[in-house]
Design a protein around this ligand. Structure first.
Ligand code: AVJ
Length: 431
């Protein structure tokens, strides 16, 4: 009998309340902003699935090609019993990891976490049907609010794919990574997908496709507000804008008002006006360089133990584990440290520092290396039972710190450099 559970981690009305708060704060801010999480009603999720099949939108294909090449290594290295996927959506890429972990003989449970209940339960049901005996717990949650991590003592691999971390503003990203780190312990690992800095023309095209699917996806947020708040936005009175902010190294999506207009939002007793040409920011999608990923992970108490990119260096997957020293410099437990040691002879301690060199886009790397990878070798030493039930999603904290063996290839580029273009939007806080 296929085991499928649905757990709702958010109190009733939480999302509706959050939408009202975001709409009020964002539409009364100057400049106006709305967080991208409100794109994903049923139509929004469908439009996003369509985007992932567009020629211009390379991230999904690039990440899938990396997962196809690296899933086996990640499974063998992490020996995870539980796969937790944050922002799961359709979970199709996840199958590559599920197959690899099942192949490694360690997989026991799958926990997809997403705010979009419909897409989530549909995906969870499909996975439960395809993997007999796999315990599947669909967690309806906003991972910024509640990670929905199952407790229990078995090795967990938490994955955050698709480059969705890039939709969080820097402060939110740091808070999210710290919060995740505080819930991980020895034996756990974190797999993160990050879209990489590249030719701005390629980036802008990926967010402004010729068929106008992304434009429809962007405008859909106005329909979400109309439906949820009784607003009278006219999506056709706005045009889709996608631009590259070279200073912040992120793509911004905006909706530009085509004429002066007044919008009423009765559910929050609000009227807002838009001037002609006034822009409402609906999403940032940050693009990364490898050492910035490593730096942000390290700042949150992770050690990056592995890094893969696709052939053209368009997308990066990092695998990291709780650092030996936590974010506050506290040393990890000796016992925990013993749990990790390289299973293959000849693989030394990662010398992260001296590896960070060379061309960030990998152009100095021999063409032969189709999918770039840095050996990731982990062997969780801890085994125990995971019993998934309602209360375990309250997220018991266990903090553990360990060290990982691995070899590294380099990347080089600085973090944020001086503001250029789009500045006026940057500092408006997210929710
Ligand atoms: C997969 C959610 C990260 O930012 O690239 C796609 C969302 N926005 N086209 C991204 C998105 C516009 C996407 N994420």
């Amino acid at each position: 009998m296929t085991a499928l559970r649905v757990v709702r981690c958010l109190p009733d009305g939480f999302l509706a309340g959050a939408l009202r708060a975001d709409a009020r704060a964002g539409l009364t801010a100057t400049p106006k902003v709305l967080p991208p999480k409100w794109f994903y009603d049923e139509r929004g999720s469908e439009l996003f699935e369509k985007i992932t099949r567009l020629d211009e939108y390379y991230p999904t294909r690039a990440e899938r090609s990396i997962l196809r090449a690296a899933a086996g290594q990640i499974a063998a290295g992490t020996r995870a019993r539980t796969l937790v996927e944050l922002g799961a959506g359709a979970a199709d890429k996840t199958r590559l990891l599920l197959d690899a972990l099942a192949g490694a003989g360690t997989l026991a449970s799958f926990v997809p976490v997403d705010v979009s209940e419909t897409a989530l339960i549909e995906a969870a049901r499909r996975v439960a049907g395809e993997y007999p005996g796999l315990a599947v717990t669909a967690v309806v949650s906003d991972f910024e609010e509640h990670l929905g991590l199952p407790s229990g003592s078995e090795a967990r691999l938490v994955v955050f794919l698709g480059g969705t971390i890039g939709n969080l503003l820097p402060g939110q990203r740091a808070a999210f990574l710290r919060s995740l780190r505080s819930r991980l312990r020895p034996g756990d690992a974190f797999l993160l997908g990050t879209d990489l800095v590249k030719d701005p023309a390629v980036l802008v095209a990926a967010y402004d496709d010729a068929a106008g699917v992304t434009a429809a996806f962007n405008k859909n947020i106005l329909s979400v507000l109309n439906a949820a708040l009784g607003a009278d936005f006219d999506p056709d009175a706005f045009e889709h804008v996608a631009l590259w902010d070279a200073g912040a190294e992120w793509i911004e999506m905006r909706l530009r008002s085509l004429q002066p207009q007044r919008v009423t939002l009765p559910a929050i007793d609000l009227q807002v006006t838009f001037g002609e040409g006034e822009e409402l920011r609906t999403e940032v999608s940050a693009k990364f360089r490898r050492e910035r990923v490593a730096a942000e992970l390290a700042a949150a108490g992770f050690t990056m133990a592995g890094w893969w990119t696709d052939e053209q260096g368009r997308f990066g997957l990092s695998l990291s584990v709780p650092a030996e020293r936590g974010p506050h410099g506290r040393r990890g437990s000796v016992a925990g440290r013993a749990a990790f040691h390289p299973p293959h002879p000849g693989i030394g301690e990662p010398q992260l520092g001296d590896q960070l060199g060379g061309d960030p886009l990998g152009r100095d790397r021999p063409a032969a290396e189709q999918v770039h990878r840095d050996q990731v070798l982990l062997r969780p030493g801890v085994n125990g039972q995971v019993r998934l039930g309602q209360d375990q999603h309250q997220g018991n904290r266990t903090v553990g710190e360990d060290h990982v063996a691995g070899v590294e290839h380099g990347a080089a580029a600085g973090l944020h450099r001086g503001a250029r273009g789009g500045g006026q939007f940057r500092d408006i806080g997210h929710r």
